[in-house]
Design a protein around this ligand. Sequence first.
Ligand code: ADP
Length: 601
Amino acid sequence: MFKSLHMKLMLIMLLLITSLMAVVGAFLTTNVSSFYTDSFYDQMNDMFGSDPESDGTAMARNASFMADLTAAAADGAADRMQDILEANAGRLGIDSRTRNYFILDGVSGAVLAESGESGGTLAATPNLLAALNGSVGDRSDLTADYMDVAIPLSGGENRYIVYILDSRETVSQLNSQLFTIIMQALMIGLLISVLFSYLLSKALVGPIEKVTEGAERLAGGDFGSKLPVESPDEIGILTGTFNHMADVLQDSLNAVENERSKLDTLFLHMTDGVAAFDHDGALIHCNPAATQLLQRAIPKNTGYDELFGSVYPLAQILALQRPNYADAEMVAGEKTLEVYFAPFSDKASGGVLVVLHDETEHHRSEQRRKEFVANVSHELRTPLTNVRSYAETLRDGGEDIPRDTQNSFLDIIINETDRMTHIVQDLLTLSRLDAGNTEMNFTRFDFGDAIASVVRANALEAKRRGHELRLEPAEPLPLILGDRQRLEQVMMNILGNAIKYTPDGGHILVTAGAAGEHVWMEVSDDGIGIPEKDREHIFERFYRVDKARSRESGGTGLGLSIAKEIVERHHGTIRLVRHEGPGTTVRLTLPIRQEESRPVE
Ligand code: ADP
């Protein structure tokens, strides 16, 4: 209830006013009471006292009053005494109500006369008893609810007592009136204090409330609205500091937001996959590349263990000290991934960052390189073994070997040497093409003319094998830009294969044409064809469907891969065409123009 500053201020004010009033009230009532008592005894002393130091007038008055009284007492005239007292009632403060005089018999204590109507009954007060004993009773007792003085008077045989009794009712009345006034003042004071404390708290709390509202807006992300600085006091300074803090906070947040959006863009577009997990293994963030590399959907509730638990345990990574990291290789589908794991904070609230790098191509090319080296060694070892064994036979056999056999052995050695030269030449061509330092001699030449010359060059071999070789260009062909010699080498390879892999007496058809920006050439044969499983591989290095047949016909298994490299340098394509019936159809397509923007090696 008293949590707000408003209420606290009001409570302080109320307590202040109440305690102030209580102190004032207590002080006033005590003082009024003692003032009344003091003034009573002073008054009595003035009238009845015989103080030689009191002033002359009082003495004179006192002297005549007391002398008259004493004379009346000596005469035994109580009624005269009463007259004297009545005559001095004003000076004695006798009002017959709260203050009365009594004339008592000095021996019996019986009331002979009185100003009021008490009926002669008086309490035996200490002062009265003292007077009965012959001495003046003027002791004051603050605890008593009355005040009295008793003066003994004696003359001759007569003894009297003049007794003045005040019931202090006036003081009680005065005090109760004072109490009422104080209560009224308290009420008014309380009302004023409530009003003041309200106004004061409004003046104090208002600006604080505004700063609080501003802080709430700030917490809600609204940095735009500034708080007005209304006064140069402490609250004004607080408001100014608050505005400055909001500016600094906004700048910092902008900087953080900027950094975040930079990172987001980076994560979004980087080719490496990135996934972040908290220390419990729950996914925090994951970029599209990670989804693509892992070849699976990664919903928000995917855990670390589900994705990488089998590759590297989470606890081990969290135990690493930065900047250490762990790496491992994993296979996802047909992809080989290099995975790096690093903790991103040493604190308990940290987690693990996983970076995925696609190593598939590197892996494949490494695989291809190994296969290639194995193939080269194998291809060269076979002829070398043949050469060595025939040469040894010739050396060891000497003159015992007939001349014809010797010659046929030497022919084999020459053939194998040619074969090796052929392989080495093809390998050299390929490695130059791979390295990209093969000079291409680009000229504008007649595509149809080139085809015709290749067909002519193969006519004799085709005829020797009993093939029917036909050339049927559909229409006059345009000039194209390219390296004529190398493109003729490609055509030779295609047509050569058709002749080689078609049993004697086959049919070979060469067609050509132009379509749009391209020219094409197709070589179809009705030979042994290429089985389905081998079709996608025949452009690979050393790939041969039937190794024995290829070797027999002088093939190296490199012809089509060299052809493919050359055609790709011309931005063309070479592929197998599907068709009904036996045999093989190879289609070569080349652009008529080589675009400027495309690099032509
Ligand atoms: P090779 O020197 O062995 O002929 P290529 O690269 O020219 O090597 O050809 C690769 C393989 O493709 C050949 O070994 C052969 O098995 C197959 N091939 C190529 N052309 C034909 C064709 N017209 N008919 C049947 N098979 C073919």
